[in-house]
Design a binder for this molecule. Structure first.
Ligand code: NAP
Ligand code: ZN
Ligand code: ZN
Length: 349
């Protein structure tokens, strides 16, 4: 099937229209006409080859909402016309221990990601959601609860589950104290989800001007991280800190704000931290610095169902695909409230 999308051809060129072919439908495939796709900071990292492992051309996009247009002969869970989602993964081995556990993102053989990855059956490079349609193995398709705005639900597929998974793993609920570093796509979902789980929620931000929004999104407290007085006022407070900062940064200023046995969970930055962690701050309070990577299919569906019950969606700015390069520039400046979502109908005009 011929499909139109937008691709980057190199780390330094903008995204431009790109035609390519989606594979023929396999027996266990679901074919999806894409309605909306969220714009994650990972898309920008990979389009610009920040990690050094991008294959060009790259069609980013892993916060996909669409309607089923066709199903393979063995598909049982989905029907034509159903509203569905696809997140960061489209396949995994399904057999290893992590896969059996529902942690397909940690598949021992390596999961197949929605873009910039190798299809495990035919070896082709996967192309993501900045496009008209996608073909996905049934096991990696999510159902979208009725009543959720489809455009606002798109960011749940990555920003939602990436913040949900650590909140659940560290048993966040009533009585927990959670802090979130950075109010962007992941950060605003972390505020909403932690609040809905019953926690007392704080935001660390560099941007004083985001306070009002933070309170509206679920924060009980806002701490401007550049203000030492505000930082010391929250000493020893937090059970869990979710750190969404996308670039190398010093995490030491946050460690004193953890409670005894508290954990700082890195979800934003995946490279080496250039400022060494002060071990004394960990040792003296049995504190930990850890990380978390997206989430499995089952927990993604749980998160979607939770959002369906609570009426939680992302706060979005809808853009046509033709504005994607401007959106990247604005995202680089932390100027988005709080997720860009591409309206794929823009490809039809
Ligand atoms: P985003 O919308 O750009 O938000 C990031 C926020 O971090 C900004 O709004 C800003 O908040 C703060 N920030 C930005 N640059 C900073 C800097 N240099 N120092 C301190 N704070 C900074 O990005 P996103 O889509 O939420 O993604 C965040 C990161 O998570 C990206 O690196 C992305 O690749 C990664 N990610 C990881 C996973 C995973 O599985 N672990 C999944 C998805 C995304 P303030 O203005 O409030 O300070
Ligand atoms: Zn993402
Ligand atoms: Zn596996």
């Amino acid at each position: 099937m011929k499909v139109l999308g937008f691709a980057a051809q190199s780390a330094t060129t903008s995204l431009e229209p790109f035609s390519f072919t989606r594979r023929d439908t396999r027996d266990d495939d679901v074919v999806i006409d894409i309605l909306y796709c969220g714009v994650c900071h990972t898309d920008l990292h990979l389009a610009r080859n920040h990690g050094g492992f991008t294959t060009y051309p790259i069609v980013p996009g892993h916060e996909i909402i669409g309607r089923v247009s066709e199903v393979g002969a063995q598909v049982t869970q989905f029907r034509v016309d159903q509203l569905v989602g696809v997140g960061c993964m489209v396949d995994s081995c399904q057999k290893c221990q992590p896969c059996q556990h529902g942690w397909e993102q940690n598949c021992s053989e390596g999961s197949t990601f929605t873009y910039n990855s190798k299809d495990r059956r035919d070896g082709s490079v996967t192309f993501g959601g900045y496009s008209q349609s996608i073909v996905v193995r049934e096991e990696f398709v999510l159902s979208i609860p009725a009543g959720l705005d489809p455009a606002g639900a798109a960011p749940l597929l990555c920003a939602g589950v990436t913040t949900w998974s650590p909140l659940l793993h560290w048993n966040i609920g009533a009585g927990s104290k959670v802090a979130v570093i950075g109010l962007g796509g992941l950060g605003h979902m972390a505020l909403k989800l932690a609040k809905a789980l019953g926690a007392d929620v704080s935001l660390f931000t560099r941007s004083e001007g985001k306070s009002e929004d933070a309170f509206r999104l679920g924060a009980d407290h806002v701490v401007v991280s550049s203000d030492p007085e505000q930082m010391s006022a929250v000493n020893g407070q937090f059970d869990v800190i979710i750190d969404t900062v996308p670039y190398d940064h010093d995490i030491n200023p946050y460690l004193p704000t953890l409670a005894l046995e508290g954990v700082l969970v890195l979800v934003g930055y995946m490279g080496p931290l250039s400022t060494a962690v002060n071990a004394g701050m960990l040792v003296s309070g049995r504190k930990a610095v850890t990380g978390s990577f997206i989430g499995g299919v089952k927990e993604t569906q749980q998160m979607l169902d939770f959002c369906g019950e609570k009426g939680i969606v992302s706060d979005i700015e809808i853009i046509p695909l033709q504005k994607i390069n401007e959106a990247y520039d604005r995202m680089s400046k932390s100027d988005v409230k709080y997720r860009f979502v591409i309206d794929m109908a823009s490809l039809n005009v």
